[in-house]
Design a protein around this ligand. Structure first.
Ligand SMILES: [Mg+2]
Length: 366
């Protein structure tokens, strides 16, 4: 089996409402669909969400790097040779979302060629996983209304609360959420580097009072001593996310004492490097959880496959609800969340089909 075509197709799907966090805001899914075709007619897909406020990538840069640098390496390659392809793509630094989407598309192809779903190839730890919902920044009452709706409609019982603005405002929101949702619901928090170290130390203690289980990226990790002080003084684990975006970056962060748990994202490390990161963390006794890069439906299916594939990721609720913000998408069959859980697709590869009419409608390059 050889790759004969690699496409990077920019999409534009509006959100029903903006999603806000300390480092930015998303108003539409301006994702890039990576489509890889082989000589025996298989087609693999991956989704690259551009997040310039985190990785510096734009839809335009993703399209360019896939078309100009990755496609020449991929054409003629065997999708099973993922380690060789990983090394070849690695000669281009950064471009995490572009590389992640290519890797997801390769696994989609390998699964289709083997007649097996990706989560089974990864290790089949579970058939489904608990879902977690990210609550974007808003007024406390808006944030509570969002959580209650998702809890009521989908049975979700784990919530990541975006924080990292004015601390009093953040704490008011968390207090309201805890009061309205009750004690059995998991709340964890993500500041997206919005605080300085002094504020973050106070925040961590106060969040612990509301039984918040962990705190992601409280301050910029480049504030090296400040970050280590937060880790030392926080009563709850500090989670690395945008400061731990590669295998080596995770190792450095853990050894330097910058984080105590790791958020893994298919959107930036695909399946291959996500699995390597999980293995590294398992060996060090460090918890991992699956985060969300404001994924669309395809990214959600991929995150679910990773969570169902690897045992340590299946333990914590997986962030899978951002596709609910999208007014539509290019998959024929959207993901479904019921009773607080999301199941892995049973079809070979990712088990998805792209709707050609929707793709024609939402592609941004025609
Ligand atoms: Mg985060």
């Amino acid at each position: 089996m050889k790759i004969i075509e690699v496409e990077a197709i920019p999409l534009a799907v509006p959100f029903s409402r903006p999603f806000a966090f300390a480092s930015g805001q998303a108003t539409a899914a301006d994702h890039v669909l990576v489509r890889i075709t082989t000589d025996d007619g298989l087609v693999g897909h991956g989704e690259a969400p551009p997040r310039p406020y985190t990785y510096g990538e734009t839809a335009g840069s993703i399209v360019s790097v896939v078309r100009d640098l990755f496609a020449p390496v991929l054409i003629g390659a065997d999708p099973f040779a993922r380690e060789r392809i990983r090394a070849d793509l690695g000669r281009t630094v950064a471009n995490n979302a572009a590389k992640g989407a290519v890797d997801v598309a390769l696994w989609d192809l390998v699964g289709q060629a083997c007649g097996q779903p990706v989560h089974v190839l990864l290790g089949h730890a579970a058939d489904d996983v608990a879902a977690a919902h990210m609550i974007g920044l808003g007024t406390p009452s808006e944030m509570v209304a969002d959580a209650l709706e998702v809890n009521d409609r989908y049975g979700v019982e784990a919530f990541k609360v975006k924080v990292g603005r004015d601390l009093a405002h953040d704490l008011a929101a968390v207090r309201e959420l805890r009061r309205e949702l009750g004690d059995s619901i998991e709340l964890y928090a993500d500041a997206n580097r919005g605080w300085d170290a002094d504020t973050a130390v106070v925040a961590a203690r106060r969040l612990a009072d509301f039984h918040v289980t962990m705190l992601e990226e409280p301050n910029p990790a480049d504030d090296v001593l400040g970050r280590r002080r937060i880790v030392r003084e926080s009563p709850i684990p500090i989670v690395g996310d945008e400061s731990t975006i590669s295998l080596g970056g995770v190792a450095r962060s853990l050894l330097d004492g910058d984080s105590q748990a790791i958020s893994v994202k298919v959107a930036r490390t695909g399946f291959t490097d996500s699995a390597k990161i999980v293995g590294l963390c398992e060996g060090l006794g460090v918890a991992t959880t699956i985060g969300n890069q404001i994924d669309g439906m395809l990214g959600t299916v991929a995150s679910t496959a990773l969570g169902c594939g690897l045992r340590s990721l299946a333990r914590h609720p997986v962030e899978v609800t951002t596709f609910l913000l999208m007014t539509d998408d290019v998959l024929t069959e959207p993901p479904t969340i019921a009773d607080g859980r999301i199941a892995a697709r049973q079809g070979p590869g990712l088990g998805v089909t792209i709707d050609p009419d929707k793709l024609a409608h939402y592609r941004a390059d025609r």
